[in-house]
Design a protein around this ligand. Structure first.
Ligand SMILES: C[S@@+](CC[C@H](N)C(=O)[O-])C[C@H]1O[C@@H](n2cnc3c(N)ncnc32)[C@H](O)[C@@H]1O
Length: 234
């Protein structure tokens, strides 16, 4: 085994966020045990797909247009989009298991059947998504990593943006919501560097179908201003 690599062949990818939080309630554990497998987008993890075969999206999603949400947190936005647009399918990626458990409760309550869940790092999902397969992507309130020496951990770095660009279809939209002015700065620098173009949309106007999220509510309570940035993959 190469130093730093996993027995499955997985590359070493640092993940700095939280995977576990508060103890899960018994109903949340039950949802995770019973619901998660059926919501899988297909073999994403290295142990089940060591050769990184691309997912068969047509058979999994019946040819519906595919959207992607990176780091869905508690899943408010993911469920809102699935409910508002029943003719699309949307995959959410989130390594924080308490967030995944919250989402599963919301999926049951909303009775939506067009969501798939990757309970892990979106970079593992990028590996197995075919090129030009995703029509819209959302990055809502990504981890801010405020210290300058941690800025390279942010999602809006080429390590994440290059594979995102590859999996998006030409013409696809990429939305970023954040309350951190320096995150806006880095987004406006790095996202165009990865090949995206900015779409003319006032940065302080929420998108017409924006439902808000837990992190946005916290930002508003604490007096921080949301920014809404829209890009397109040419
Ligand atoms: C500040 S929270 C925002 C959650 C939610 N989008 C909202 O607006 O309430 C950022 C989320 O991104 C997730 N995240 C960070 N890195 C990620 C990665 N590489 N892949 C998927 N999710 C990631 C974190 O686990 C965390 O739940």
């Amino acid at each position: 085994m190469k130093k730093g690599s996993h027995p499955s062949g997985a590359p070493w990818r640092n993940f700095y966020g939280r995977i576990h939080g508060k103890t899960l309630r018994p109903t949340q554990k039950e949802h995770l045990e019973h619901d998660l497998d059926a919501l899988s987008p297909g073999p994403v993890d290295w142990d089940v797909n060591p050769d990184r075969e691309k997912l068969d999206l047509d058979s999994r999603f019946g040819g519906k247009p595919l959207w992607l949400e990176v780091g869905f947190g508690g899943g408010e936005h993911l469920v809102h989009m699935a409910k508002s647009y029943p003719d699309i399918a949307i995959i959410g990626a989130e390594p924080f298991i308490n967030g995944v458990a919250m989402l599963l409760g919301k999926i049951r309550d909303a009775e939506v059947d067009n969501i798939a869940v990757h309970p892990g790092d979106v970079r593992d999902l990028f590996d197995v998504l075919p090129d030009a397969s995703v029509e819209k992507a959302f990055l809502n309130y990504p981890d801010p990593w405020p210290k300058a020496r941690h800025h390279r951990r942010r999602f809006v770095t080429q390590e994440h943006l290059e594979p995102l660009f590859r999996v998006l279809k030409p013409g696809a939209e990429f939305r970023v919501a954040t309350d951190i002015p320096d995150y806006v700065r880095q987004t406006l620098e790095e996202v165009p560097q990865a090949g995206f173009v900015r779409v003319d949309h006032p940065d302080d106007a929420a998108w017409a179908d924006w439902p808000s999220t837990r992190y946005e509510q916290k930002a508003l309570r604490e007096g921080r201003r949301p920014h809404y940035l829209t890009f397109r993959r040419p």
